[in-house]
Design a binder for this molecule. Structure first.
Ligand code: ZN
Length: 614
């Protein structure tokens, strides 16, 4: 058993907050868990996106958490041989960026250029290997947003058949932090935004509106048929409640905000209007793929055999949803049926934009929906959300530079149950990585490799004689180790595929712990002194080397640098990225005499006192 992490405990305490509480009237849709992805043939196309970050600040640990999550998922898919496309980027328009640029005495574009670089550098430092970094000031993106508005202008609503885009006067409370209008019921007792703790501004203006109010039935119908459209289920239920309460039309343009994408000239009276920043930002998931050119379907849609995960819908299903046949009609000429395949990873603060506004905009624009929106939790520091406005940001690059990028990645994935909220304090972080990385895995590796050098001249022993153990406890511990590896070989890929990333690591570390127990029982430092026990010694070290080989493969998506270092120390060429198929299965007793590298300390222990003084 592993120690219960403080992060998990913090989450248990937090499940009673209003955000994650399930209303007793919640309608539970479909099954409660993601569909099993276990299958023998590899999936072939996986398109993953993250939220794009506002460039009005520096990347903090909250941003880093989401990007590392996405990177781990993308690496898992690349490792199993899937064709993978990982998109991230920056959101550069809107009032918030314009205001910050003015404060910095820079033109908005110069300000965006400067800050977008900070995000790109941060993801590089954290080994977040995205395939594409989109900026919403890219010209191709701007043209795609204008095309979205042209399509909205042509579209009719599902219930009344009215134009979905219409002009109206609006008076409302606008939170600049959220870049969104708030209703009184969304505010706290002081009349402040619950996320930003600031009073929203009263705004009165003439805007273009999107007739979101008519899309409730379509969205509920889609969710009923494809409950995996929103995961995890507790986030899905929140969204379903929001839709059932009734949707309001939303403003999708801003007059007098020059820092944005102008609405296309074809829309009458649109001069001086720019696209509402969300109607602009959300479109990055499509514009990055080349939409409106048909080539976007290469990643956005997939053939049935190539679908990248649960929640997929046949594209012609959308014909009935918007009552106008637009998304279906757009694909009428396609001979082979295609399925939705885009996977959006986002934080819980923006689930309404992604699970309500975005799919409704897509239906109106004639585009099939994404396959799934996965909503992750937040990282708190002593109960407070990490945010620039709350002044408690932790610099992820500084953490990675001081304590190791893999230590940080490991903490974020292992200590925070995927989907739930987590906690970050330096004390918890140091304790967690010292325990699991330095003490458990690090010691296992250095102890094993040192003994192979001492007794076998640095060559992987070929001996395999499980019956040679004089002490039955040692033999039992060996059996327990082999059994744990057998379980992990099935459960690790399944847990990664079903986005239970912390559980994948739990299975891997179960093998590490069984290996350490086996070492303690088999006592190779004793059998090494007795030439008559050579078979026992060789079997012990062979089993430990094989366990380390498997750990290097299975932990690679989370701690790629250290896994690659371990892989090399173990005497293998290439990297664990290329390990797939049979190679990922346990091969105990297949010692091959290969030459190991010299023993190195993989994970130095962090001295918290020295760390806090530094
Ligand atoms: Zn807000």
């Amino acid at each position: 058993m592993r120690e219960t992490t403080t992060a998990a405990t913090a989450e248990t305490a937090r499940t009673r907050t209003p955000e994650s509480r399930l209303d007793s009237s919640a309608i539970l849709l479909g099954s409660s868990g993601p569909t099993s992805l276990a299958r023998s043939t590899p999936l072939s196309r996986f398109y993953i996106t993250t939220a794009i970050d506002y460039v009005n600040g520096r990347p903090h640990l909250g941003h880093a958490y989401e990007k590392v999550l996405a990177d781990v998922i993308a690496r898992f898919h690349r490792q199993r041989g899937d064709q993978t496309w990982f998109l991230t980027g920056t959101d550069e328009h809107g009032q918030k960026v314009a205001t910050s640029a003015a404060e910095a005495k820079l033109e908005p574009q110069a300000y965006a250029d400067q800050n977008a670089r900070h995000f790109q550098e941060a993801w590089k430092a954290l080994d977040v290997k995205h395939d594409q970094f989109i900026r919403t000031t890219d010209q191709r993106h701007e043209l795609a947003v204008q095309e979205l508005f042209r399509r909205l202008y042509d579209a009719r609503s599902p219930k009344t058949g009215e134009p979905v885009l219409f002009e109206g006067d609006y008076e409302g409370l606008y939170c600049e932090g959220c870049e969104g209008f708030k209703q009184e019921k969304d505010l706290d007792a002081d009349g402040c935004c619950e996320i930003h703790r600031t009073k929203p501004k009263k705004i009165r203006e003439s805007n273009f509106f999107f007739r979101l109010s008519e899309y409730d039935d379509a969205l509920l119908q889609h969710l009923d048929k494809h409950p995996e459209f929103i995961e995890p289920d507790y986030r899905r239920n929140e969204v379903v409640n929001v839709i059932r309460e009734g949707l309001q039309d939303v403003s999708v343009s801003r007059p007098n905000l020059p820092w944005g994408i102008p609405l296309p000239e074809e829309i009458p009276d649109s001069a001086g209007h720019t696209a509402y920043v969300w109607a602009d930002a959300l479109l990055n998931y499509l514009s990055a793929l080349g939409w409106p050119d048909r080539k976007y379907s290469l990643w956005w849609l997939a053939k049935q055999a190539d679908i990248g995960g649960p929640g997929a819908a046949r594209q012609d299903e959308f014909e009935r949803l918007d009552a106008q046949g637009r998304p279906g009609a757009a694909w009428a000429g396609t001979a082979q049926p295609l399925y939705t395949n885009a996977f959006h990873l986002i934080g819980k603060d923006i689930s309404r934009f992604h699970c309500v506004l975005w799919p409704a905009l897509l239906l109106a624009a004639g585009v099939p929906l994404p396959r799934q929106v996965y909503v992750h939790g937040f990282i708190y520091a002593r109960g407070e959300r990490l945010s620039k406005s709350l002044g408690n940001v932790v610099d992820p690059v500084e953490l990675a530079n001081r304590f190791g990028v893999d230590a940080l990645r490991f903490y974020l994935i292992d200590a925070i149950p995927t989907g739930r909220d987590g906690e970050f304090t330096l004390e918890q972080f140091v304790e967690h990585v010292n325990t699991h990385l330095a003490n458990k895995l690090g010691n296992l590796a250095s102890r094993t490799i040192t003994l192979v050098h001492k007794y076998f001249g640095g060559k992987a022993p070929v001996e395999w004689a499980p019956d040679a153990f004089a002490d039955p406890a040692a033999r039992e511990a060996l059996d327990a180790l082999v059994a744990a590896a057998g379980v992990a070989a099935t459960e690790v890929p399944k847990a990664y595929a079903e986005l239970r990333l912390n559980e994948a690591l739990e299975h891997v570390w179960n093998v590490v712990e069984r290996a350490n127990e086996f070492t303690d029982r088999a006592k190779p430092w004793e059998s090494g002194k007795d030439p008559a026990r050579r078979g026992e010694l060789g079997t012990t070290l062979s089993a430990l080397l094989e366990s380390l080989r498997l750990v290097a493969i299975w932990a690679w998506p989370v701690i790629p640098r250290k896994s690659e270092q371990l892989w090399t120390l173990l005497g293998f060429s290439g990297t664990p990225l290329e390990a797939r198929g049979d190679v990922t299965q346990p091969r105990y007793g297949a010692g091959d005499g290969r030459t190991l590298g010299a023993s190195e300390i993989l994970f130095p222990r962090i001295d918290l006192e020295a760390a806090t003084k530094a």
